[in-house]
Write a protein that binds this ligand. Structure first.
Ligand SMILES: [Zn+2]
Length: 274
């Protein structure tokens, strides 16, 4: 492992990047006990349940069942703590910024573990588990700009007796609230909080890209991968899975758990003089 950490530190720092773009996926939160919501195959596509349930179409048809499903997911997320991979990525940001460079962490995870570990330059491109929003677009609490803290709503009444009458509702227009996450049948441009333009801009200009625990099957990963590949930007992937992504020429793979290899690499970098 020390050798892998040294190689990773070298891949991140030689030469020093101007904009280090990090993309994290479910694998980054796996060691925190958050289910990946995918099948057991390394490159399995989303489980059929997820693809059916996490949609506007399903919300419109059966908001009660969708809320019950999300409350289960949120319960798993709320009980989780950041793991060493989250802390190491916050360290990596400190290292990059201390050296005068720019840093952006784009996560596909809706949990709040990156920010709790101290990451600052962070885009939660698939939304956030700690927010909800009005399901009526154009409402001040709905898309394209509005959202509310989930903690502002007492969801216990709904949990105890899920029904249309107990659904959490928008305090302004009384429409049902929904999770503040990107559904499978929605676009990144749907809500300003997904900050998709910023992600596109970073994808176009980053000169070092690090993927952590991503399966390369989701839109934003593909965007970053293609841009980096076309511009011959050095790419690094940390994932213990055995199958690689498409377009992986020039990508250095570390088939290690991120929570093991990243902390060592970050401490090597932070210990160096720059
Ligand atoms: Zn509303």
């Amino acid at each position: 492992m020390p050798e892998a950490a040294r190689d990773l530190a070298a891949a991140l720092s030689n030469p020093t990047p101007e904009l280090l773009l990090v993309v994290t996926g479910a694998g980054a939160s796996h060691a925190s006990g958050i289910p990946t919501f995918r099948g057991s195959e390394p490159d399995a596509i989303w489980r059929r349940d997820d693809v059916e349930l996490a949609t506007v179409a399903f919300f419109d048809r059966d908001p009660v069942s969708q809320w019950e499903w999300y409350l289960e997911r949120f319960a798993a997320i709320d009980g989780a703590e950041p793991n060493d991979a989250h802390h190491a990525l916050a360290d990596l940001e400190r290292w990059q910024v201390a050296g005068g460079g720019r840093f952006l962490l784009v996560t596909q995870n809706i949990d709040c573990l990156h920010e709790r570990a101290g990451s600052r330059s962070l885009v939660k491109v698939h939304g956030s588990s700690d927010r909800v929003r009005c399901s009526r677009p154009g409402c001040e609490n709905g898309a394209p700009r509005g959202s509310l803290p989930r903690s502002a709503f007492d969801l216990e009444a709904f949990r105890a007796a899920p029904s249309p009458a107990s659904l959490p509702r928008c305090p302004v227009c009384c429409e049902a609230l929904r999770a503040h996450v990107l559904f499978f049948d929605e676009y990144y441009q749907e809500h300003d909080d997904y900050r998709y333009e910023e992600v596109r801009q970073a994808a176009r200009t980053a000169d070092r890209v690090l993927f952590v625990g991503t399966s390369f099957s989701v839109g934003v990963t593909d965007l970053v991968l293609r841009s980096a590949y076309a511009r011959e930007v050095p790419m690094i992937s940390i994932d213990p899975g055995i199958s690689g992504p498409p377009l992986s020429d020039g990508m250095i793979h570390f088939r290690e758990p991120a929570e093991l290899v990243l902390p060592e690499a970050s401490s090597i970098l932070l210990g160096e003089d720059r």
